[in-house]
Design a binder for this molecule. Structure first.
Ligand code: GLU
Length: 496
């Protein structure tokens, strides 16, 4: 193996240039799984040499987002490791040393062309309808001239001397050989005039020095992939195994998911940003399960946690075909993992949701409520609609909701009074004690169960849809139930 000690080493190498979305998180997840499954190491490397695109706070959002998902790295800027530093702006000395080597061997050269000149070249090529690439003016400069101009402090970049002839082939593990004609490539910039390396150069140097064996990353790098292979070959290094993951399509399946589509989704209460998903009440297990299956060929609806994924994951199971983003599946997996979660664990997650919405939640009540609502939760936030009323001292049902179908307010009030008497007679309200006498009442009145139970449901819970009514009454207890039915009678009477 590449690093000589038989260990798989993979890396996730984000640039802190924006928010953490599904694409980045999935790349991180697959790298993590490869490392776990193959007993290797997973490295987090921050590629921050593009200072123009740097976004304040992006690195924190990234680290927090991945940690929240449960994706942990063995080496990284925050945990250190034998190949530190893991942030590229802290490795500038190293890049300078390596670019010197390429200059010496003639694979790279300084280019003094001004932006205006490059623009003129570009326009000329456009007019001539020829391939857009640097025209090579500085490619043949003699060493003396180069030294003189550098000594005079002339601004310059350093370019890669991409061959004009022939072709370059590199192998992607899931896509096979990819070949490009060298004339279609460019003399890419490796070092900018501000003295910082470009991503292309820094990443290849780091992958080599850090002993990376597999580069698993987004498909947006597929077109620059031959350049990366050329840089590595110029140094005479061994290439890693390359894997370029599938692209994401819009939920409609038509066209690639763009930033604009991502923003649209947010308007519908959906999102591909990890931080948003957390705020929307999605849980790590649900998101991970959804994410892992977008591009990995196992039976579609397999429910797995991170450990099970780590055991089952195989690199050669990755599928390069585009994957449509299906938010319905996210809901499916999220709901499924909520149902699979032990009650006390779920209680811990629901507590802050209730607290944030201003409810004062009693732990013992919550533990009893969870079995009643768990089946219906898709996101954690759904608990508010189903169960918020359990934790309210006073509820405020809409008077019209208390009126039973096809009955008047006063008829409904009369039924509510009879319900009150039946419940008041019970020593305690339980499912067993309350159901039979109330069903008798339905029969005696010759009404539909929904009419009678509807009044009681709205009276006790304040809402027309609720968790199972008898169990719910058992939890809030006789005193509260009677108080609320009493208030409902008053409300119905006041309607005239
Ligand atoms: N910094 C690059 C990015 O954020 C990394 C690409 C790669 O993994 O090589 O996309």
């Amino acid at each position: 193996m590449k690093n000589g000690n038989n260990t798989v080493r993979v890396r996730f190498a984000p640039s802190p240039t924006g928010r953490v979305h599904l694409g980045a998180a999935r790349t991180a997840l697959y790298n993590y799984l490869v490392a776990r499954q193959m007993g290797g190491q997973f490295i987090l490397r921050i590629e921050d040499t593009d200072t123009k695109r740097y976004v304040e706070g992006a690195e924190d959002e990234l680290i927090n987002g991945l940690r929240w998902l449960g994706i942990e790295w063995d080496e990284g800027p925050d945990v250190g490791g034998p190949y530190a530093p893991y942030r590229q702006t802290e490795r500038q000395e190293i890049y300078r040393e390596y670019i010197r080597k390429l200059l010496e061997t003639g694979y790279a050269y300084p280019c003094f062309c001004s932006l205006q000149r490059l623009e003129q070249v570009r326009q000329q090529q456009q007019r001539d309808k020829t391939q857009q690439r640097y025209d090579g003016l500085c490619r043949g400069l003699l060493p003396d001239e180069i030294s003189r101009r550098i000594a005079a402090g002339e601004e310059h970049v350093i370019r890669f001397k991409t061959p004009y002839e022939g072709s370059t082939t590199a192998h992607d593990l899931i896509r096979g050989d990819i070949t490009v004609e060298n004339k279609n490539l460019d003399d890419y910039i490796l070092f900018k005039s501000n003295g910082l390396p470009t991503y292309h150069f820094a990443a290849m140097v780091d992958d080599h020095l850090m002993g990376i064996t597999h580069v698993i990353r987004g498909s947006e790098w597929l077109s620059t992939f031959p350049l990366h292979a050329l840089i590595i070959r110029a140094f005479g290094w061994e290439e890693p195994q390359w894997v370029h993951l599938s692209v994401f399509l819009k939920p409609s399946g038509k066209g690639k998911m763009s930033k604009r589509d991502a923003d649209e989704a947010v308007k519908d209460g959906k999102s591909i940003y990890i931080k948003d998903l957390k705020e929307l009440g999605y849980i790590p297990a649900g998101i991970l399960n959804w994410m892992v299956l977008m591009g990995w060929g196992v039976a579609e609806d397999d429910v797995m946690n991170l450990n099970e994924m780590s055991e089952r994951f195989r690199l050669n199971g990755l599928n390069p075909a585009p994957a449509a983003i299906n938010f319905g599946k996210l809901d499916h997996f999220n709901g499924t993992h909520i149902r699979l979660m032990p009650t006390d664990e779920l209680a811990e997650l629901l507590q802050p949701v209730f607290a944030q919405a201003g409810y004062d939640v009693d732990d013992t009540v919550l533990l009893k409520v969870i079995p009643l609502i768990r089946e219906r939760l898709i996101t954690l936030d759904d608990c508010l609609a189903f169960a918020g009323w359990f934790f309210q001292e006073d509820i405020e049902p809409k008077p019209e909701d208390l009126v039973a179908k096809n009955l008047s307010p006063s008829e409904s009030a009369e039924i509510a009074r009879q319900i009150y008497d039946i419940l008041a007679d019970l020593p305690v309200i339980t499912h067993e004690s309350a159901e039979a006498p109330l069903r008798d009442l339905v029969e005696k009145l010759g009404l539909k169960p929904n009419q009678v139970f509807g009044i009681l449901r709205v009276a006790v819970t304040g809402q027309q849809v609720s968790p199972p009514l008898f169990e719910s009454m058992e939890i809030v207890g006789k005193e509260t139930v009677l108080k609320r039915v009493g208030q409902a009678i008053d409300l119905l009477e006041s309607m005239g």
